[in-house]
Design a protein around this ligand. Structure first.
Ligand code: 13P
Ligand code: SF4
Length: 304
Protein backbone atom coordinates (compact mmCIF):
# COMPACT_ATOMS: atom_id res chain seq x y z
CA UNK A 1 0.00 0.00 0.00
CA UNK A 2 1.45 3.42 -0.89
CA UNK A 3 1.01 6.62 1.17
CA UNK A 4 -1.95 7.88 -0.85
CA UNK A 5 -3.80 4.55 -0.59
CA UNK A 6 -3.14 4.42 3.14
CA UNK A 7 -4.40 7.99 3.59
CA UNK A 8 -7.53 7.29 1.52
CA UNK A 9 -8.29 4.23 3.64
CA UNK A 10 -7.75 6.20 6.89
CA UNK A 11 -10.13 8.92 5.67
CA UNK A 12 -12.76 6.34 4.68
CA UNK A 13 -12.61 4.30 7.89
CA UNK A 14 -12.40 7.28 10.27
CA UNK A 15 -15.64 8.58 8.78
CA UNK A 16 -17.27 5.16 9.02
CA UNK A 17 -16.17 4.70 12.67
CA UNK A 18 -16.72 8.38 13.59
CA UNK A 19 -13.14 8.96 14.72
CA UNK A 20 -11.48 12.35 15.26
CA UNK A 21 -7.75 12.53 14.50
CA UNK A 22 -5.81 15.25 16.31
CA UNK A 23 -2.20 15.94 15.34
CA UNK A 24 0.40 18.11 17.01
CA UNK A 25 2.15 20.48 14.60
CA UNK A 26 5.42 18.52 14.94
CA UNK A 27 3.87 15.47 13.25
CA UNK A 28 4.80 14.62 9.67
CA UNK A 29 3.02 16.11 6.67
CA UNK A 30 1.35 12.82 5.69
CA UNK A 31 -0.25 12.72 9.17
CA UNK A 32 -1.32 16.38 8.92
CA UNK A 33 -3.20 15.48 5.75
CA UNK A 34 -5.46 12.93 7.48
CA UNK A 35 -6.02 14.95 10.67
CA UNK A 36 -9.23 16.76 11.59
CA UNK A 37 -7.18 19.33 13.46
CA UNK A 38 -3.49 20.23 13.59
CA UNK A 39 -2.18 22.69 16.15
CA UNK A 40 -0.25 23.52 19.30
CA UNK A 41 -0.93 22.00 22.72
CA UNK A 42 -3.50 24.63 23.67
CA UNK A 43 -5.43 24.38 20.40
CA UNK A 44 -5.42 20.59 20.69
CA UNK A 45 -6.86 20.72 24.21
CA UNK A 46 -9.56 23.19 23.11
CA UNK A 47 -10.45 21.07 20.10
CA UNK A 48 -10.47 17.87 22.16
CA UNK A 49 -12.95 19.44 24.58
CA UNK A 50 -15.32 20.35 21.74
CA UNK A 51 -15.06 17.37 19.37
CA UNK A 52 -18.33 15.48 18.94
CA UNK A 53 -16.74 12.13 18.01
CA UNK A 54 -16.63 9.32 20.60
CA UNK A 55 -13.20 8.08 19.55
CA UNK A 56 -10.13 10.31 19.47
CA UNK A 57 -6.68 9.52 18.11
CA UNK A 58 -3.96 11.83 19.39
CA UNK A 59 -0.88 11.89 17.16
CA UNK A 60 1.80 13.42 19.34
CA UNK A 61 3.18 12.36 22.71
CA UNK A 62 1.69 10.69 25.79
CA UNK A 63 0.84 13.77 27.88
CA UNK A 64 -1.21 15.09 24.95
CA UNK A 65 -3.27 11.88 24.71
CA UNK A 66 -3.75 11.91 28.50
CA UNK A 67 -4.93 15.52 28.34
CA UNK A 68 -7.51 14.55 25.71
CA UNK A 69 -8.67 11.72 28.01
CA UNK A 70 -8.96 14.12 30.98
CA UNK A 71 -11.11 16.41 28.89
CA UNK A 72 -13.31 13.59 27.62
CA UNK A 73 -13.24 10.71 30.12
CA UNK A 74 -16.20 9.03 28.43
CA UNK A 75 -14.37 8.82 25.10
CA UNK A 76 -11.93 6.23 23.83
CA UNK A 77 -8.62 8.01 23.32
CA UNK A 78 -5.77 6.35 21.45
CA UNK A 79 -2.07 7.09 21.40
CA UNK A 80 -1.07 5.36 18.13
CA UNK A 81 2.59 4.86 19.18
CA UNK A 82 2.65 4.05 22.93
CA UNK A 83 6.40 4.70 23.24
CA UNK A 84 6.06 8.35 22.22
CA UNK A 85 6.62 10.28 25.46
CA UNK A 86 7.92 13.71 26.36
CA UNK A 87 11.22 13.51 28.30
CA UNK A 88 10.49 16.88 29.91
CA UNK A 89 7.21 15.53 31.31
CA UNK A 90 9.22 12.87 33.17
CA UNK A 91 11.57 15.36 34.84
CA UNK A 92 9.23 15.98 37.80
CA UNK A 93 7.26 13.18 39.40
CA UNK A 94 4.54 13.28 42.04
CA UNK A 95 6.90 12.87 45.02
CA UNK A 96 9.27 15.57 43.84
CA UNK A 97 6.38 18.01 43.35
CA UNK A 98 4.99 17.09 46.78
CA UNK A 99 8.40 17.94 48.29
CA UNK A 100 8.57 21.21 46.32
CA UNK A 101 5.12 22.17 47.57
CA UNK A 102 6.16 21.50 51.12
CA UNK A 103 9.26 23.68 50.70
CA UNK A 104 7.22 26.50 49.18
CA UNK A 105 4.10 26.93 51.28
CA UNK A 106 1.72 29.59 49.97
CA UNK A 107 2.93 29.22 46.37
CA UNK A 108 0.47 28.39 43.61
CA UNK A 109 1.76 25.64 41.32
CA UNK A 110 1.60 26.49 37.62
CA UNK A 111 2.47 23.40 35.61
CA UNK A 112 3.40 23.35 31.95
CA UNK A 113 0.97 20.93 30.31
CA UNK A 114 4.05 18.85 29.40
CA UNK A 115 3.75 16.98 32.73
CA UNK A 116 2.38 13.59 33.78
CA UNK A 117 -1.24 13.25 34.83
CA UNK A 118 -0.11 12.40 38.37
CA UNK A 119 1.79 15.69 38.57
CA UNK A 120 -1.29 17.51 37.29
CA UNK A 121 -3.26 16.17 40.27
CA UNK A 122 -0.93 18.21 42.53
CA UNK A 123 -0.90 21.31 40.33
CA UNK A 124 -3.22 24.31 40.56
CA UNK A 125 -3.23 25.47 36.94
CA UNK A 126 -1.79 24.08 33.71
CA UNK A 127 -0.43 26.30 30.97
CA UNK A 128 0.86 25.83 27.44
CA UNK A 129 3.41 27.94 25.63
CA UNK A 130 0.68 29.93 23.87
CA UNK A 131 -1.42 30.53 26.98
CA UNK A 132 1.13 30.82 29.80
CA UNK A 133 1.57 34.61 29.82
CA UNK A 134 -2.15 35.29 29.66
CA UNK A 135 -2.97 32.73 32.35
CA UNK A 136 -0.28 33.90 34.78
CA UNK A 137 -1.43 37.51 34.25
CA UNK A 138 -5.06 36.53 34.83
CA UNK A 139 -4.41 34.57 38.02
CA UNK A 140 -5.15 36.45 41.23
CA UNK A 141 -2.25 34.76 43.07
CA UNK A 142 1.11 36.55 43.20
CA UNK A 143 3.49 33.82 44.38
CA UNK A 144 3.91 31.18 41.71
CA UNK A 145 5.99 28.03 41.50
CA UNK A 146 6.46 27.34 37.78
CA UNK A 147 7.29 23.73 36.79
CA UNK A 148 9.10 22.07 35.03
CA UNK A 149 10.47 24.26 32.22
CA UNK A 150 12.73 27.02 33.57
CA UNK A 151 13.20 28.49 30.08
CA UNK A 152 9.50 28.89 29.38
CA UNK A 153 9.18 30.04 32.99
CA UNK A 154 11.76 32.79 32.66
CA UNK A 155 10.14 33.96 29.40
CA UNK A 156 6.83 34.25 31.27
CA UNK A 157 8.54 35.92 34.24
CA UNK A 158 9.96 38.63 31.97
CA UNK A 159 6.53 39.44 30.59
CA UNK A 160 4.70 39.35 33.90
CA UNK A 161 7.14 41.19 36.22
CA UNK A 162 4.40 41.98 38.73
CA UNK A 163 4.32 38.31 39.82
CA UNK A 164 6.80 36.52 42.04
CA UNK A 165 7.65 33.48 39.90
CA UNK A 166 9.94 30.81 41.31
CA UNK A 167 11.52 28.46 38.76
CA UNK A 168 12.86 24.92 39.07
CA UNK A 169 15.56 23.37 36.91
CA UNK A 170 13.99 21.50 34.02
CA UNK A 171 13.50 21.92 30.30
CA UNK A 172 13.04 20.43 26.87
CA UNK A 173 16.08 18.38 25.86
CA UNK A 174 15.36 19.16 22.20
CA UNK A 175 15.11 22.95 22.41
CA UNK A 176 17.98 23.43 24.88
CA UNK A 177 20.36 22.05 22.24
CA UNK A 178 20.05 25.35 20.37
CA UNK A 179 22.83 27.75 21.34
CA UNK A 180 23.64 31.47 21.02
CA UNK A 181 26.43 30.37 18.63
CA UNK A 182 23.75 28.82 16.40
CA UNK A 183 21.96 32.18 16.38
CA UNK A 184 25.16 34.04 15.44
CA UNK A 185 25.90 31.55 12.65
CA UNK A 186 22.35 31.64 11.25
CA UNK A 187 22.16 35.44 11.37
CA UNK A 188 25.49 35.75 9.56
CA UNK A 189 24.33 33.32 6.87
CA UNK A 190 20.89 34.96 6.52
CA UNK A 191 21.24 38.61 7.57
CA UNK A 192 17.77 39.60 6.30
CA UNK A 193 15.88 36.78 8.01
CA UNK A 194 13.69 37.20 11.10
CA UNK A 195 14.41 34.88 14.01
CA UNK A 196 11.33 33.04 15.34
CA UNK A 197 11.81 30.73 18.31
CA UNK A 198 9.87 28.57 20.75
CA UNK A 199 10.14 29.79 24.38
CA UNK A 200 11.41 26.33 25.38
CA UNK A 201 14.74 27.50 23.92
CA UNK A 202 17.39 28.72 26.36
CA UNK A 203 16.64 32.15 27.81
CA UNK A 204 19.68 33.69 26.08
CA UNK A 205 18.48 32.37 22.70
CA UNK A 206 14.88 33.56 23.16
CA UNK A 207 16.18 37.02 24.12
CA UNK A 208 17.73 37.36 20.66
CA UNK A 209 14.53 36.48 18.78
CA UNK A 210 12.28 38.79 16.78
CA UNK A 211 9.36 36.67 17.92
CA UNK A 212 8.92 33.91 20.52
CA UNK A 213 5.81 31.79 20.69
CA UNK A 214 4.20 28.39 20.42
CA UNK A 215 4.39 26.20 17.33
CA UNK A 216 1.13 27.66 16.04
CA UNK A 217 2.28 31.14 17.05
CA UNK A 218 5.46 30.75 14.98
CA UNK A 219 3.52 29.46 11.97
CA UNK A 220 0.93 32.25 12.15
CA UNK A 221 3.62 34.91 12.56
CA UNK A 222 5.52 33.65 9.49
CA UNK A 223 2.29 33.47 7.46
CA UNK A 224 1.26 37.05 8.27
CA UNK A 225 4.70 38.71 8.17
CA UNK A 226 5.80 40.71 5.12
CA UNK A 227 9.33 39.41 5.60
CA UNK A 228 10.63 36.92 3.05
CA UNK A 229 13.13 34.94 5.12
CA UNK A 230 12.90 33.30 8.53
CA UNK A 231 15.23 31.39 10.83
CA UNK A 232 13.13 28.89 12.78
CA UNK A 233 14.11 27.91 16.33
CA UNK A 234 11.84 25.03 17.11
CA UNK A 235 11.51 21.35 16.18
CA UNK A 236 12.69 21.15 12.58
CA UNK A 237 9.48 19.64 11.20
CA UNK A 238 8.07 23.20 11.40
CA UNK A 239 10.70 24.38 8.92
CA UNK A 240 9.43 21.92 6.28
CA UNK A 241 5.75 22.56 7.06
CA UNK A 242 6.32 26.31 6.63
CA UNK A 243 8.33 25.90 3.43
CA UNK A 244 5.57 23.77 1.92
CA UNK A 245 2.86 26.24 2.94
CA UNK A 246 4.76 29.34 1.76
CA UNK A 247 6.92 28.48 -1.27
CA UNK A 248 7.45 32.20 -1.97
CA UNK A 249 9.28 32.62 1.39
CA UNK A 250 12.48 31.02 2.69
CA UNK A 251 12.79 29.12 5.98
CA UNK A 252 16.03 28.01 7.62
CA UNK A 253 16.53 25.73 10.63
CA UNK A 254 18.29 27.53 13.50
CA UNK A 255 20.00 24.26 14.44
CA UNK A 256 20.08 20.90 12.70
CA UNK A 257 19.96 19.32 16.18
CA UNK A 258 16.51 20.63 17.07
CA UNK A 259 14.80 17.30 16.43
CA UNK A 260 12.41 15.60 18.85
CA UNK A 261 12.70 11.85 18.34
CA UNK A 262 9.59 11.22 20.41
CA UNK A 263 7.49 13.43 18.16
CA UNK A 264 8.91 11.60 15.15
CA UNK A 265 8.00 8.14 16.46
CA UNK A 266 4.42 8.10 15.20
CA UNK A 267 4.18 7.14 11.54
CA UNK A 268 1.32 7.18 9.07
CA UNK A 269 1.43 3.37 9.35
CA UNK A 270 0.76 3.63 13.10
CA UNK A 271 -2.19 5.92 12.44
CA UNK A 272 -3.49 3.46 9.83
CA UNK A 273 -3.19 0.52 12.24
CA UNK A 274 -4.91 2.52 14.93
CA UNK A 275 -7.83 3.64 12.75
CA UNK A 276 -8.30 0.38 10.88
CA UNK A 277 -7.30 -2.26 13.46
CA UNK A 278 -7.68 -0.46 16.80
CA UNK A 279 -3.95 -0.82 17.51
CA UNK A 280 -1.94 1.58 19.68
CA UNK A 281 -2.76 2.29 23.32
CA UNK A 282 -6.21 3.12 24.54
CA UNK A 283 -5.49 5.54 27.41
CA UNK A 284 -6.83 4.44 30.79
CA UNK A 285 -6.67 6.58 33.92
CA UNK A 286 -8.45 5.94 37.19
CA UNK A 287 -11.56 7.96 37.97
CA UNK A 288 -9.89 9.47 41.04
CA UNK A 289 -6.79 10.64 39.14
CA UNK A 290 -8.90 12.05 36.33
CA UNK A 291 -11.07 14.03 38.71
CA UNK A 292 -8.09 15.53 40.52
CA UNK A 293 -6.00 16.25 37.41
CA UNK A 294 -8.86 17.72 35.44
CA UNK A 295 -9.12 20.72 37.77
CA UNK A 296 -5.80 22.14 36.56
CA UNK A 297 -6.75 21.54 32.91
CA UNK A 298 -10.17 23.16 33.39
CA UNK A 299 -8.46 26.14 35.03
CA UNK A 300 -6.18 26.40 31.98
CA UNK A 301 -9.10 26.47 29.55
CA UNK A 302 -11.00 28.96 31.74
CA UNK A 303 -8.10 31.41 32.22
CA UNK A 304 -6.51 30.99 28.78
P1 13P B 1 3.35 23.87 21.75
O1 13P B 1 2.47 24.23 22.87
O2 13P B 1 3.97 25.05 21.10
O3 13P B 1 2.65 23.01 20.78
O4 13P B 1 4.58 23.06 22.31
C1 13P B 1 4.51 21.73 22.68
C2 13P B 1 5.80 21.10 22.72
O5 13P B 1 5.98 19.99 23.12
C3 13P B 1 6.89 21.91 22.25
O6 13P B 1 8.07 21.28 22.44
FE1 SF4 C 1 8.80 17.19 24.92
FE2 SF4 C 1 10.57 18.87 23.88
FE3 SF4 C 1 9.71 16.84 22.43
FE4 SF4 C 1 8.10 18.90 22.99
S1 SF4 C 1 9.95 18.92 21.74
S2 SF4 C 1 7.59 16.74 23.12
S3 SF4 C 1 8.78 19.41 25.06
S4 SF4 C 1 10.90 16.71 24.34
Amino acid sequence: MNIKEMQDEIMRIKKEKDICILAHAYQSHDIWEVADYVGDSFGLAQRAAEAPQKTMIMCGVRFMAETVKLLSPEKTVYLPEPDAGCPMADQIDYDLLAALREKNPGYTVVAYVNTTTEVKTLSDVCVTSSSAVKIVKNMPEKDILFIPDCNLGSWVKKQVPEKNIKLVSGGCPTHVRVTVKDVEKAKTAHPNALLLVHPECLKEVTELADYAGSTTGIMDYAAKSDAKEFIIGTENSIVSHLQLAHPEKRFYALSKDCVCHNMKMTTLGDVYNCVVNGEGESITLTEEIMQKARKSIDAMLRLG
